[in-house]
Each structure stands twice: as structure tokens, then as C-alpha cells.
Ligand binder design. Sequence first.
Ligand SMILES: [Zn+2]
Length: 261
Amino acid sequence: MAVTAVVAVISGIVGLCVGSFLNVVIHRVPLRQSVVRPRSHCPQCDTQIDDRDNIPLVSWILLRGRCRSCHARIPVRYPLVELASAALFVAAAVRLGASWDLPAFCVFFASLLTVSVIDLDHFIIPNRVIYPTLVVLGPLLVLAAALDGRWRPLIDAGLGGAAAFVALFLVHFISPRGMGFGDVRLAGVIGVMLGWLGLRYVPLGLFLAFLIASVVGVGLIITRIRSRKDAVPFGPFMACGAVVAVLWGHAILHLYLGSRV
Ligand SMILES: [Zn+2]
């Protein structure tokens, strides 16, 4: 318990810093800019941002959401993404404890957050996020399997990734306008991580994605925020479904399948 608390605190701090980098990715990747260079600068006055003004969350609060040199507003989205990243890392730490697969799930959650915000903004799920995610997750999972001496989760991760990819590819094939190919690739990544937890988590995560999407979709139409014809990106719903499946999937499956889990 004490160990989990320490791991959760460390994860939260790492999550804040990662969130700061995710802001850069969210801003630059859709513009096809490098995420490494140049250093962050104010979009309004172009002044390079000092290290002291680049502390996640803290700087935004100290500067009261304004640029130090030109006082232009810094959108509240920046600290919110950092907070969301920290919250997801803490949630992963509480769910998994001090385990070898915790880093992989933190990377997974960070990637889901990034993809969701980009998809909401631009209606795309960039390969420049999905492929690096897979390149990082692969070795992390192999390492976790080796350190645990259990290879079954790794096999299930492969099977889960393939199954989710094929399932959403079929949806894309039937309705290419409703489901983009970016969604299909994202489903592959989600299938890998949910498969690692157990194959039954894969259909659960995808089911939750469609369930949340229909509930929110109906809500948006009833409240007239969106009409039936407006496109709504599906990536954020898949991300939500995956996060819920990771964090509460065990409880949901237990409720649904009873003692068989
Ligand atoms: Zn400025």
C-alpha cells in the first residue's frame, strides 16, 4: 500500500512533465513541425520561453495564464492537458501498483490523451503519434514479460492487437466515412494493451467506445450542440473506452460474467 502511494506520487510528477511535452506534440505534429526543435516560444510575441516559465502547471498559475513578455493569454488547455496527463498516470499507478508493465500503460495513456485532443481539433489520428507509440510500447512490454517471467500476456497482446485492428477494419470497410483508417490503427494499439491485461478486455474496451460514443452522440443531438449530419471524431471515444477498460474493466467483467472471472 505504502509502495503504491509512493509510485502514484512519482507517476503524478512524471505525468505532469510528460503532459508538458504532449502539449508540444498536440500543437506541432498536425502542423508537421519537429517536436524537438526549436524550443517553445510564445505564439503571440515569439519570445522563447524561459526554463523558469516552463514548469508544468506551476508556471501557468504563477504567470496567471499570461505570457511574461507580451501578456497574451496562454490557453487554459495547456495546464489542463498537463493535469489530465498527471491524473492518468496516477490512475495507472493505483490500478497496477509497482509493476513492470506500469511504464507501458503510462505511455499508452499519454498517447491516448494526445490522439484525442488532436482528433478533436483536426479530425485526424496522426501516424506520427501512433507509430512512435508502438515503437516504445513493444520493447516495454517485452521487457515487462521478461522481468515477470510470464510470456502469456505478450502473446495475448499480439492477438488482441490483431483482433481489434481487424474488427475496426471491417467497420471502416463497411463505412469508410464513419470510421477513418486512423481509428483502425488506434484500435490496433488499444487491442495490444487491453490484450496484455487479458483477451476479454479487448471486446470490452471496443464495446465501451461504441457505447460512450452513442450516449454522447445522442446527447449532443438532443441538446442541439451538434446536428445529425455533423462529423464527430471517434478517436476520443475509443480512448475513453480503453481507459475505462484498463481502470475498471475487471470490476465490469466481474459484474457481467460473475464468478467466471
Ligand atoms: Zn508573448
